[in-house]
Design a protein around this ligand. Structure first.
Ligand SMILES: Nc1ncnc2c1ncn2[C@@H]1O[C@H](COP(=O)(O)OP(=O)(O)OP(=O)(O)O)[C@@H](O)[C@H]1O
Ligand SMILES: [Mg+2]
Length: 325
């Protein structure tokens, strides 16, 4: 029986349980995009209890586009796979589908080169084309819950890659997060979605749109009896130059972290290697694998150590890997 078939059967078997997760500690209600005039009853409420042990949900989110969510997501997916964890991945960006392309490229590269590398159990949640907002949200929610439920049972960790805009699926993903990782480019333009600052002295004036959305997700999760969301902000594409800007961003990120409650992680430097591996579907953590045959430069080694440091900083509570690769 193929892996896909096994997944499908497991999915069907667990569909009833999975659907039931939606109102439990695992899947709180997400704020709807419905306008007041279109407001209708929310999609069907959950029915059964959550399984005793389920996968950890790691969400990559930031409403700012191009901050490095997908690049970071793929590195974490492969890093966790190489550690021996069973990884599920879900692309919630049904328009760009960049994580899906990354995974497809990896599959194609393996076939072309007759090399076997670990793969996530991946899916994309396509955007609904139904007529009304409420019908679209119910449709997206049902497919999201079904796919998530499969992975919660079959995997140790499920990674959700959110789009760089405020969508229903993105909000739903955020309310499910056990760990939320927010990459941001090292720029005040990116910071502006997290917090507002006084331009004179860089004092924090208050949270901004994305922080408020995370606050809302945390509140919904708490109301539904779920555990708190461990939120980590990482600065991405750190330059070796521009020291003054870097120090200022560091200052405001640290100040905001204390004000609204997130941890910070060091993140990745601005490195070409993070951009050039997409067509092969490989990441820095694959380069030493048998058959890959890549030469590691000093920059590659430094970049790989940044990824490993991030994984340590996340400190995901996963226990021992389920299987050894
Ligand atoms: N550390 C890095 N160094 C150099 N380039 C990077 C780095 N991280 C990401 N990039 C590049 O930045 C661009 C945006 O990255 P990515 O697609 O991962 O962001 P995203 O947040 O997923 O974007 P979107 O919001 O559109 O989904 C890509 O061209 C990617 O290759
Ligand atoms: Mg992306």
């Amino acid at each position: 029986m193929s892996e896909e078939t096994k997944m499908d059967e497991a999915g069907k078997e667990t569909q009833a349980q999975g659907a039931s997760l939606s109102g439990s500690a695992v899947l709180p209600e997400a704020r709807s995009e419905n306008t007041p005039t279109e407001q209708q009853a929310p999609p069907a409420a959950p029915v059964a209890k959550a399984p005793l042990k389920r996968a950890h949900i790691l969400v990559l989110g930031n409403e700012k586009g191009g901050s490095g969510k997908t690049t970071t997501a793929m590195h974490l997916v492969t890093g966790l796979l190489h550690q021996g964890y069973r990884v599920g991945s879900m692309d919630l960006d049904g328009r760009q589908q960049s994580l899906t392309r990354y995974v497809e490229n990896r599959q194609a590269w393996m076939e072309q080169n007759s090399v076997t590398l670990p793969m996530p159990i991946h899916t994309v949640i396509a955007r609904s084309e139904l007529d009304t907002v409420s019908a679209r949200e119910a449709d997206e929610r049902a497919r999201f819950e079904f796919e998530l439920a499969k992975r919660l049972q079959a995997c140790d960790v499920v990674l959700l890659d959110c789009p760089g805009t405020d969508t229903f699926l993105s909000r739903l993903g955020h309310t499910c997060a056990d760990t939320l990782l927010t990459p941001m480019n090292d720029s005040f333009v990116d910071f502006d979605l997290l917090g507002r600052i006084d331009p004179e002295n860089y004092d924090i004036l208050g949270p901004s749109v994305y922080s408020e959305m995370v606050w809302d997700a945390r509140k919904r999760r708490a109301i539904s009896g779920g555990s708190t969301i461990d939120w980590i902000v990482m600065r991405n594409r750190l330059s070796t130059l521009d020291a003054k800007n870097k120090r200022r961003i560091e200052y405001v990120v640290e100040a905001l972290s204390q004000r609204i409650g997130f941890r910070t992680a060091k993140g990745f430097g601005e490195r070409v290697i993070f951009r050039e591996m997409f067509p092969s579907g490989l990441t820095l953590l694959d380069l030493k694998e048998k058959g890959v045959g890549a030469q590691m430069s000093m920059s590659h080694v430094a970049a790989r150590s940044e990824v490993r440091q991030l994984m340590e900083a996340l400190a995901l509570p996963l226990g021992e890997p389920s299987h050894v690769i």
